[in-house]
Design a protein around this ligand. Structure first.
Ligand SMILES: *Cc1c(COP(=O)(O)O)cnc(C)c1O
Length: 418
């Protein structure tokens, strides 16, 4: 079949799986096995040569199955399918989003190096950068949405380690404020500091936009990272992560994954394959629902400000509008807003929701609400929180697949109950 002309959503049920190899089963079985039997010793030797990079894979030679820490059909087929959404050459699936992020960072940086990162980033990533990497003498320079290329370059130069810039890591739109960062601009910053011997690796945590609504590799990123716990898994029942990029970079990421042993297991792989079959219909519905909920919030007297890409596209600065136009295929399904008042009003709103659940995480089929200032971002330095507009008033919503009229009724009655 000519797969190249088909859209990813058409291929999520079949791509990379041969029923004839599994008794004709229409669905990929769960290969709940730790190890794989070789046909003969020479085959085992040849599989290991490729797996450990002792020789190049020959034209048409398939990577042999060895041991489930190195590879497993449920992971390999899932990885092949994930590659389709981002147009990536290769993918590695991990047991969590944090393990995907931390493994990539450990592979591409060493003591004495410099990391440039956008603020705010996911709390776990922030902690890893500012505690664990700091302990390894990896220095981090942060910047916020809205800072210009020249300002960021000046910051890197001021660090004293400009020649050691090894990685750039960003999240856009930022969680929880939906502030947008220009991916192309970050690629230009990378190019500015590149030398003949050395160039930084540029990664984008694309969790907030799922694999559908933003494709960072097309804008000059080297790696795309996901918490697959969110849109990819999409049912709030599995923790997983993914990293995608070129064959060359992914060879290194997979190498470290083999030795850290933080790959996902076959059951997780199977669950994520099942989730991918409905990824597009779920995310389309979530984005449509979000348009309606945002419209309701925009007009509600208890709401001071709504942070949603659809609003930025209308009322943002020219620079923000330009980023949204070139980078996003949807306004997404994450909405934050400032409630009139403070923590008391925000908590009363959250405590009165009935259909929408009070929980962190995002991207699942059910709508969730939380209070970033005291929950997901509790750990962030108070002054930084203020500068990033993570205040007492801020409430974050992840919009699910419910009927949007019911979501709006729930939000409406929660305001009334305050
Ligand atoms: C949840 C999340 C992570 C961490 O992923 P886990 O699967 O919980 O380890 C990383 N980045 C972003 C943006 C997230 O939302």
């Amino acid at each position: 079949m000519d797969y190249s002309s088909m859209r990813p959503e058409s291929l999520m049920m079949s791509y990379g799986y041969k029923p004839s190899l599994s008794e004709g089963a229409i669905k990929c079985p769960i290969f709940q096995t730790s190890t794989f039997v070789f046909n003969n010793a020479m085959q085992g030797k040849r599989f290991f040569e490729v797996a450990y990079g002792l020789r190049e894979q020959e034209e048409g030679e398939e990577m042999g199955l060895i041991y489930s820490r190195l590879n497993n059909p449920d992971l390999e087929i899932l990885e092949n399918r994930l590659c389709l959404w981002d147009g990536a050459e290769d993918c590695a699936v991990f047991e969590s989003g944090m393990s995907a992020i931390s493994t990539a960072m450990m592979e591409f940086m060493e003591p004495g190096d410099l990391l440039l990162y956008s603020k705010p980033v996911y709390g776990g990533t922030d902690h890893f950068i500012n505690h664990f990497l700091k302990k390894l003498n990896i220095q981090a320079v942060g910047f916020m949405a809205g800072e210009t290329k020249e300002e960021i370059i000046a910051k890197i130069n001021a660090s004293g380690r400009a020649d050691k810039l090894a990685m750039i890591h960003i999240e856009t739109p930022a969680n929880p404020t939906n502030a947008v960062i220009d991916i192309d601009m970050c690629a230009e910053i990378k190019a500015h500091f590149a030398t003949e011997e050395k160039t930084a690796v540029f990664s984008v945590d694309n969790t907030y936009m799922g694999p559908l609504w933003q494709h960072p590799l097309q804008h000059g990123a080297d790696l795309v990272l996901y918490s697959a716990t969110k849109y990819i898994g999409g049912h709030s029942d599995v923790i997983a992560g993914a990293c995608l990029g070129s064959k060359e970079l992914m060879g290194r990421v997979k190498g470290l994954r083999t030795f850290l042993g933080n790959m996902a297991g076959p059951w997780t792989g199977w669950l994520l394959m099942r989730s991918l079959e409905t990824l597009k219909v779920r995310m389309d519905q979530q984005a449509t629902n979000a348009i309606h909920v945002a419209k309701f919030l925009n007009n509600h007297p208890m709401v001071e400000e709504v942070y949603y890409l659809g609003n930025t596209a209308k009322h943002g600065t020219d620079a923000e509008k330009a980023i949204i136009k070139k980078q996003y295929l949807s306004y997404g399904a994450m909405i934050s807003f400032d409630i009139k008042g403070g923590e008391k009003e925000a908590f009363a709103f959250l405590d009165n929701l009935k259909l929408i659940k009070l929980a962190v995480s995002l991207g699942g089929t059910e709508s969730l609400a939380e209070h970033p200032e005291t929950m997901t971002h509790a750990d962030v330095d108070p002054a930084e929180k203020k500068s990033m507009h993570i205040t007492e008033q801020l409430v974050r919503l992840s919009i699910g697949v419910e009927n949007y009229n019911d979501l709006i009724s729930d939000v409406s009655q929660a305001f009334d109950a305050i």
